[in-house]
Design a protein around this ligand. Structure first.
Ligand code: NAD
Length: 367
């Protein structure tokens, strides 16, 4: 891969390759866009088979963060970091601190957060070397577990689906099939049951399944059969790429709205296929933005009620996407991208900006 071609092709601003052999650190920080604000995105630790694979992931994920922040109306740009290595064995203090120094060297153009293979304790360690870190534990002045806020946003996205399809946002009496009863799926399921929805769910974790059955009265289905459940909404809350050429023909849902990242295995092919079949798809990066909204609020001074209120805004944002999709006869994922691109272009036209200041002052005060 030619890195310049790749960056120009997707519009990346800069890529920092970090190497610290003593600490065992090999990391890549990709900043896709700072047009709306500092690039914020988690740091993923994964045993990539090659440097090219790690770079491809960093470039792809950072671009996705630009769209997520733009669609959510946040004053944030898009970025992402990847650390090459097995997080179970190689996640040492010196590696995390060395990574923290790389983040610091970017002077606030990149702000890190947790992702696959890293957790809140790691953010504390990284935070001993840089101010540009979010997702700290609550007792360190951080925003803590983002899952309740993510679940709130997904629920609001689902209520927008209901308003669109059935003329009322209420999910009472609606049937929802939830794939994955983890952090987000668990909170989402509870709030759906509280609203009066009939929930079918699956998980590969026996404890999660038992808790949902006994505490919430959820009807459990085997994981392999979740796609076949006749229901109003299918809610993927476990893995990515679950909407693909094998699963889409099996769906018996009117709509898809869930928390998982990158639900469409191939965006173009699978997004169009859902559209063709008349399955209303609430774009994942739009309705699962609650986690990003949560860490954004950490930057500006954390207040849980405010974060939840902002997550409620996902309802109106999802309706706007559905309206544009109908007006322009677009698949919904395209409409969501279009709205994000319009915001990026409009703000980009303003020229040089001074976006760092509020976040920088807040973070400096905390250091
Ligand atoms: P989690 O690890 O807490 O939960 C995932 C659950 O899915 C687990 O209970 C796991 O056992 C289950 N699972 C795994 N494979 C499965 C399968 N084949 N069938 C059924 N269940 C299966 O993760 P989470 O934090 O709840 O996140 C869920 C999804 O939402 C992920 O894709 C994540 O990237 C995305 N997401 C999460 C947040 C957040 O705030 N946590 C924010 C945005 C997006």
């Amino acid at each position: 891969m030619d890195i310049f071609d790749a960056m120009v092709g997707a519009g990346h601003e800069r890529v920092l390759v970090c190497s610290n052999p003593e600490a065992g650190l090999r990391a890549i920080i990709a900043i896709h866009s700072t047009r709306l604000g500092p690039g914020l995105g988690g740091v993923r630790m994964w045993p990539y088979a090659s440097t090219e694979e790690a770079l491809t992931d960093a470039l792809r994920l950072s671009r996705g963060m630009t769209y997520k922040a733009a669609a959510a109306g946040l004053h944030l740009g898009g970025a992402k970091a990847v650390i090459v290595g097995d997080s179970k064995r190689a996640r040492t203090e010196e590696l995390l601190r060395a990574f923290g120094r790389c983040v610091e060297s970017l002077g606030g153009h990149y702000i890190t957060a947790e992702d696959v293979g890293t957790d809140a304790a790691d953010m504390e360690m990284i935070g001993s070397e840089t101010r540009w870190v979010t997702g700290l534990p609550v007792d360190r002045g951080g925003s803590g577990d983002p899952s309740p806020v993510t679940a709130r946003g997904v629920h609001q996205g689902m209520r927008a689906v209901a308003a669109r399809l059935w003329g009322t946002p209420s999910l009472a009496g609606r049937s929802i099939a939830v794939q994955g009863l983890g952090s987000v799926g668990g909170y989402l399921t509870r709030s759906l049951v509280e609203e009066g929805a009939k929930v079918f769910a699956c998980d590969i974790d026996a404890d999660a399944v038992e808790a949902a059955r006994s505490e919430l009265g959820v009807e459990i289905v085997p994981p392999a059969e979740i796609y076949d459940v006749a229901c109003d909404v299918f809610a993927p809350c476990a893995l990515g790429a679950v909407l693909n050429e094998k699963t889409i023909p099996r769906l018996r849902a009117r709509a898809v709205a869930g928390a998982a990242n990158n639900q469409l295995a191939e965006e173009e092919r699978d997004g169009l296929e859902l559209h063709r079949r008349g399955v209303l798809y609430a774009p994942d990066f739009l309705i699962n933005a609650g986690g990003l909204i949560n860490v954004y609020n950490e930057l500006i001074g954390y207040h849980r009620e405010r974060a939840l209120r902002m997550a409620d805004g996902i309802h109106a944002a999802t309706l706007r996407v559905f309206e544009l999709a109908e007006r322009e006869r677009l698949p919904t994922f395209r409409a969501a991208e279009r709205l994000a691109e319009e915001r990026l272009a409009a703000v980009g036209r303003l020229g040089p900006r001074h976006w760092e200041r509020p976040a920088r002052e807040r973070l400096s005060a905390r250091a």
